[in-house]
Ligand binder design. Structure first.
Ligand SMILES: [Zn+2]
Length: 252
């Protein structure tokens, strides 16, 4: 119950930063909540970049991976543009559904951190569940954990020294926080006002994915609104009452 002594106390997300990098496994991972906060931040003049580990090519049952990858990449780029994200990168070495934990992934994410030099790193829930008994997917667990690791790896010149030698990527030890969206253990919140409308439009850009999931008769915008509005409102009730996106924040 909000307002009781036992309610979890959430802190405001840090705002004293200029560059954020969001690293997730699939197109749409950021659009189920985090993009509302991204919209607020870009509107305030901050720079947010997206790095996608895959193109979500295993995401639509009736569509082969190659065709699916092209559609979902385009949907993700459109979706990012709606919330003011201009740079969207896709890694090429990892496959949707079977992303492997290990050094190649850590190296790729460290390279991304070094390229973009963020102060805030954003990723998606790396825990086993979404809270309760809803089991998380292996890709999210693996990528979330690798992103948390990469925040440290990126700052050490002796970890992945080939990134300096081969790509000229000097260490970046400037990540001050890693914010995990969709965590069952939120610690921080970002209030979202006009960001809600942009978040709805951003999720609705995943048209092929949404109609693949919900059926051809589904209106993507109605689906996006029906999912996001109640979610952001109920998250806000755990904070100050106004709609909000919640994050679990790991300071460094
Ligand atoms: Zn996903």
């Amino acid at each position: 119950m909000p307002g009781t002594a036992t309610a979890p106390s959430l802190s405001p997300m840090p705002e004293d930063w200029q560059r954020a990098l969001a690293v997730v496994a699939h197109p749409d991972d950021l659009e189920y909540g985090a993009a509302a906060a991204v919209a607020e931040w870009t509107a305030a003049g901050r720079e947010v970049t997206y790095v996608l580990v895959t193109r979500g090519e295993a995401g639509i049952d009736g569509l082969g991976p190659q065709e699916c990858a092209a559609i979902r990449e385009a949907e993700q780029r459109a979706s990012a543009a709606v919330v003011g994200v201009r740079t969207v990168e896709f890694l090429d070495e990892h496959q949707d559904g079977v992303i492997e934990a290990g050094l190649p992934l850590r190296r790729d994410l460290s390279a991304a951190v070094r390229r973009h030099r963020p102060e805030l790193l954003i990723t998606l829930n790396h825990h086993d569940t979404w809270g309760g008994v809803a089991w998380n997917t292996p890709d999210h667990r693996v990528v979330g954990r690798a992103a948390l690791d990469a925040a440290g790896d990126a700052g050490n010149r002796w970890i992945f020294p080939e990134l300096i030698a081969e790509q000229g990527l000097d260490p970046w030890d400037g990540v001050r926080w890693v914010a995990v969206a969709g965590s069952p253990y939120p610690t921080h919140a970002k209030e979202v006002g006009p960001g809600i409308e942009r978040a709805v439009a951003s999720l609705a850009e995943h048209r092929a994915y949404i109609t693949g999931l919900e059926g051809a008769g589904q209106d993507p915008e109605a689906y996006a609104r029906g999912f996001l509005e109640p979610m952001l409102r109920s998250a806000g009730e755990q904070y100050r009452g106004a709609p909000a996106t919640l994050f679990q924040l790991y300071p460094r």
